[in-house]
Design a protein around this ligand. Structure first.
Ligand SMILES: [Zn+2]
Length: 165
C-alpha cells in the first residue's frame, strides 16, 4: 500500500495541526524527555478508501523516526467489506493500532505505541481531526487522477520520439 505524508499536500495545515507530545521527564525507562511528533501519512492509491492512518513518529532527542504506527478507525464490519473477506487476523492488523510491519522500528517503538494508545487514541478531538485530514487528502488524490489522464492525452508524437532514444 503506497502512502504519502499529509504535509506534502497541505503544508500549512500540517504545520498547525500535527500533534507533538512534549515529554518533560523520562516517559518510560527507554523513552527520554523530548518532543515526539506524530506525522500523518495516508494511502494515496487511486479509488482506495481504506480509512487508515500511518504515524511516522519523530523524536527530537533521537533526531530520527523511532516508530511507524498503523491505525484504522472504522468498525470491524467496514474492513470486512473493504477487504471482501472476513479474515479476523488481517482485519485485526488493519484496525490496529500496531507497529507497521513493513516499516523499520526502533527499540523504543513499543513504548511509543503505548504513548499513542494512552494519549492520542483517547483524544476524540484529535482523532476527529485526523479523519478530517484523511478526507482532505483523499479529495486531493482523487482530483489528481483526471488531471493526470488529461495530461497523458496531450502527449505529442515529437515528445515521444524525444524520449524513445
Ligand atoms: Zn488505501
Amino acid at each position: 500500500m503506497p502512502y504519502q505524508a499529509f504535509h506534502n499536500f497541505f503544508p500549512q495545515v500540517a504545520k498547525k495541526e500535527t500533534r507533538v507530545i512534549t515529554i518533560f521527564d523520562q516517559y518510560t525507562d527507554k523513552v527520554p524527555a523530548g518532543e515526539y511528533s506524530f506525522v500523518e501519512l495516508f494511502c494515496d492509491e487511486r479509488d482506495c478508501d481504506c480509512r487508515r492512518v500511518f504515524f511516522s513518529v519523530f523524536s527530537s532527542k533521537h533526531n530520527e523516526q523511532v516508530a511507524v504506527i498503523a491505525y484504522g478507525w472504522e468498525r470491524y464490519e467496514f474492513y470486512v467489506e473493504w477487504l471482501h473477506a472476513d479474515s479476523p487476523d488481517i482485519i485485526h492488523d488493519l484496525q490496529g493500532p500496531i507497529l507497521n510491519m513493513a516499516s523499520p522500528q526502533s527499540d523504543i517503538a513499543e513504548d511509543i505505541l503505548e504513548m499513542f494508545k494512552m494519549h492520542l487514541m483517547q483524544d476524540d478531538y484529535y482523532m476527529e481531526r485526523v479523519k478530517q485530514h484523511y478526507k482532505m487528502f483523499r479529495s486531493k488524490v482523487d482530483k489528481q487522477v483526471p488531471l493526470r489522464a488529461k495530461k497523458n492525452k496531450k502527449i505529442k508524437w515529437r515528445d515521444v520520439k524525444k524520449f524513445s532514444n
